[in-house]
Design a protein around this ligand. Sequence first.
Ligand SMILES: Cc1cc2nc3c(=O)[nH]c(=O)nc-3n(C[C@H](O)[C@H](O)[C@H](O)COP(=O)(O)O)c2cc1C
Length: 158
Amino acid sequence: MKKLVVFYSLEGNTKFIAQAIAQSAGADILELRPEKEISSSGFMKYFWGGKQVLTKEKPELLPLEKNPHEYDLIFIGTPVWASTFAPPLLTFFSEEKLRDKKIALFCTYGGNAGLTLEKMEEKLVGNEIMSRIGFKEPLKNNPEECADKAKEWAGGIV
Ligand SMILES: Cc1cc2nc3c(=O)[nH]c(=O)nc-3n(C[C@H](O)[C@H](O)[C@H](O)COP(=O)(O)O)c2cc1C
């Protein structure tokens, strides 16, 4: 079974979890990179990021380095932005239209994941959702413990 971890990360938390999952699952990695990234420093990231979510923007992505259609099990991860998944994931869902995949969803959040993972699931109709998990800013809150939890979770799914 071919395994892939797809994720977007502005400040590294989601990337940190994605790497732990990939290591444990023996999966390839596909990082979604917007052509124009918002600045990750200062308060304005909340303004620009929040605006992208509210206007349902689909930011152009740099060419994908892996073809997700070639994989059987796909882990998909996002930071929580304005109580939902980050806009690069919206681009990914609408351009790739995944079907008949086994999918496991993860997110990282600052305060509350809300319904982020359920909203991702709504975009993945026609696939089998195996599991969902959220992590509170792992780079600030016991990174090692979070990485272990992510590895255990991914191992259980594989
Ligand atoms: C634009 C923006 C909006 C955010 N909105 C939320 C939110 O609604 N709820 C929440 O719990 N955290 C929110 N956060 C915090 C991030 O979800 C959290 O820091 C996450 O771990 C960042 O992941 P990253 O380091 O992979 O980018 C927001 C962060 C940004 C930049």
